[in-house]
Design a binder for this molecule. Structure first.
Ligand code: NDP
Ligand code: PYC
Length: 341
């Protein structure tokens, strides 16, 4: 993961950063409720060192709101469609407030049926996915989520971009430990990290993307301007990306990554797609044993030499931020304050 810049790093309390982000989002057209959810999400990513989806994203939120592409004041419509199925129309707004609106019903269904699905459509997701699943694991549940984004990934064996960067996030409880969480784009690199590399003037390894002629390139600008990303792991990542399109768009009623056209909204950056979340209550079959079995798995992985679990770097960064404050560069902070107007 790239670091954002070489500007001096300042440390600020999480609550102060969240309040600043909330004020910016409200100033640029979000309702208080929406701004609160997005600001908490974005400040959490910054706190955990998830730089591609921390404060780096705020100018994108602002330009998108200014373009009229997204409804920052949308109220989600939640539908109770079946014993294990909740559907939400996000009203052309952001996915996270839609999840917040449906969360209580989703939890009630997962606990009573043992499994429940939340299908969000007509939604924009511009953030890291782990904040959507980790809280379920904190409550003893297993959660899996997928979201599709915007066309910038060439399916394995194809000639042109079609898929989005389409992340998959998973969270499970683990006894005497933080939840096991992974969250990964199905592209060889997240689009945000390619932008960060371009901004820093860094080149990328081969295998990340191609230029406008479909030739392998190490130049992030060539990938961003006319080129495209590749899926991770060749045909395997490509199949997972296809699955994300099916689950996040076809199943929810959202747009595929290539089905929206934001050309009439200069400044628009947020993909208008869909998101699926599946929540499972492991106590239905395993009682309290599941978290213990998770712990056993981690211990066995460590016993064979694993030194870094997915999610562990974030938890470490979170611990430091809780002690010393959230790291934000002086340049980023100045940019944020300018957005307050
Ligand atoms: P990374 O490749 O940085 O990390 C993927 C996962 O692997 C993380 O869980 C990470 O844990 C873990 N990991 C990384 N390196 C190691 C290692 N050496 N050993 C063990 N585990 C490791 O993530 P991506 O670049 O693929 O994605 C970045 C973010 O972009 C994600 O949050 C994703 O949701 C977001 N995104 C959002 C999109 C959207 O449409 N909203 C589209 C695409 C991406 P850790 O976090 O602890 O480093
Ligand atoms: O980093 O690929 C990405 C991304 C797309 C939409 C939001 N983040």
């Amino acid at each position: 993961m790239s670091t954002p810049s070489t500007s001096p790093v300042l440390r600020m309390p999480f609550a102060e950063l969240q309040a600043l982000l909330q004020a910016i989002l409200q100033r640029h057209g979000c309702s208080e409720t929406v701004a609160n959810v997005l600001a908490h999400n974005c400040a959490s990513a910054q706190r955990d060192g998830a730089h591609s989806h921390g404060v780096f994203r705020i100018p994108g939120y602002v330009s998108t709101l200014a373009s009229g592409w997204v409804n920052g004041r949308a109220t989600a419509q939640v539908s109770d469609v079946a014993p294990g199925y909740v559907s939400v129309d996000a009203g052309g707004g952001f996915a996270q407030p839609a999840l917040a609106a449906a969360r209580a019903l989703l939890l009630e269904k997962a606990r009573s049926a043992g499994i429940a699905v939340l299908a969000i459509h007509n939604s924009h997701h511009f953030a890291a996915l782990w904040p959507d699943v980790e809280p379920f694991a904190d409550e003893g549940l297993v959660a899996l989520s997928v979201v599709n984004s915007m066309t910038c990934v060439v399916p394995h064996g194809a000639r042109k971009a079609l898929f989005g960067t389409n992340p998959i996030a998973f969270a499970a409880p683990c006894a005497e430990h933080d939840p096991i969480v992974f969250d990964m784009a199905t592209s060889a690199m997240a689009h945000g990290d390619v932008q960060i590399a371009a901004r820093a003037g860094e080149s990328l390894p081969l295998g990340i993307g191609v230029d406008a002629n479909g030739q392998p390139t190490t130049d992030p600008d060539a990938i961003l301007h006319g080129g495209a990303l590749l899926p991770f792991g060749g045909h395997k990542g490509s199949a997972l990306s296809m699955m994300v399109e099916l689950l996040a768009a076809a199943l929810t009623g959202g747009h595929f990554s290539w089905e929206f056209d934001w050309a009439a909204h200069p400044g628009a950056k947020t993909p208008w797609t869909g998101q699926l979340i599946i929540v499972i209550d492991p106590s239905k079959t395993q009682g309290q044993r599941f978290a213990q079995r998770s712990r056993e798995l981690v211990e066995q992985m460590q016993a064979v030499g694993l030194s870094r679990m997915p999610g562990e770097r974030r938890y470490r960064e979170r611990e430091v931020a809780q002690r010393e404050g959230v790291a934000v560069t002086a340049t980023e902070l100045q940019g944020l304050r300018e957005l307050l107007g």
